[in-house]
Design a protein around this ligand. Structure first.
Ligand code: AMP
Length: 282
């Protein structure tokens, strides 16, 4: 595995590889790797000749009061994990390398951002889209792998790839969870022990909502109320949102049918956690 900190070097390497007819699977991350990231890498490994992993904590997608400074980082551990998963190139640029000058062009995402995390994190998806547009130009992947844990991100990336005609195939990958159901996240290490215990209610409430739906409930408000009730009674977390929307359009629905997402975000003492189920009724 080669660690590449420079944009030009990364670009030259992929151009060279693509000239030899190699397919490139790309896994963009912010590092502090866990099983969720590794499942994306494994899938990329299966489906491509070469795997490029990027680790870059992108300041553009953090709001002024968010956790950019305290976002967990451990490059040496990440490097060892990437190597053992068979990553070929680890792209690891500095902030100065990615943004050497104040940007004269950035992207603004027009749709799918006025709901869920977009509502409480203004500008977040503009930052995500801008860094991904740059990374797609730098890595020029055949396929790019994204976790459904960040389901709104998958919806936004689908729009980015379609609208700007990036010649990249988007591959969404299922959520990887801890044994008790908590979705794996780099931020979980910042949970206080009591919050960590209570955080299982996120997944548990989604499961309960699915159960009620499987038994025939078709009213979105009923499921939202049920989830809210469970989270408030079983944790001291502060609910940011619980929403049920069509997927991937992310529009309100009045009755459960077709493909939709139930998604939630809850603030604990130091960490804001998200989770979701994407479901389908035909
Ligand atoms: P991050 O480093 O948090 O930006 O995540 C990098 C990629 O890993 C994103 O596509 C995430 O959706 C994905 N990811 C993070 N956590 C999980 C998880 N628990 N299961 C599956 N994918 C995940």
């Amino acid at each position: 595995m080669r660690v590449i900190p420079a944009v030009k070097e990364m670009q030259a390497e992929v151009l060279n590889q693509k000239a030899q007819g190699k397919s490139i699977g790309f896994v963009p991350t912010m590092g502090f790797l866990h099983e969720g990231h590794l499942s994306l890498i494994k899938k990329a490994r299966e489906e491509n000749d070469l795997v490029v992993l990027s680790i870059f904590v992108n300041p553009l997608q953090f709001g002024p009061n968010e956790d950019f400074a305290t976002y967990p980082r451990d490059f040496e551990r990440d490097r060892a994990l990437a190597e053992s998963e068979g990553v070929d190139f680890l792209f690891y640029p500095s902030v100065e390398e990615m943004y050497p000058n104040p940007s004269s062009v950035t992207l603004v995402v027009q749709k799918r951002t006025d709901v869920l995390c977009g509502k409480s994190r203004p500008g977040h998806f503009d930052g995500v889209a801008t860094v991904l547009a740059k990374l797609f130009q730098i890595v020029q992947p055949t396929r790019a792998y994204f976790g459904k844990k960040d389901a709104q991100q998958v919806a936004v990336v689908e729009g980015l790839i379609t609208d700007l005609n990036f010649p990249v195939e988007l591959v969404p990958v299922d959520i990887v969870r801890e044994a008790d159901g908590l979705a794996k996240s780099s931020r979980n290490v910042n949970l206080l022990p009591e919050d960590r215990k209570q955080a299982v209610v996120l997944h548990k409430s989604l499961q309960q909502a699915k159960k009620v739906m499987d038994e025939g409930e078709r009213n979105p408000s009923t499921l939202i109320s049920l989830i809210k009730e469970m989270i408030t009674s079983e944790s001291s977390g502060r609910i940011d949102y619980i929403e049920l929307l069509s997927y991937p359009q992310l529009l309100p629905i009045e009755r459960l049918e077709g493909k939709f997402i139930i998604a939630l975000a809850v603030h604990f003492t130091n960490v804001r956690l998200i989770d979701n189920f994407i479901l389908e009724i035909n």
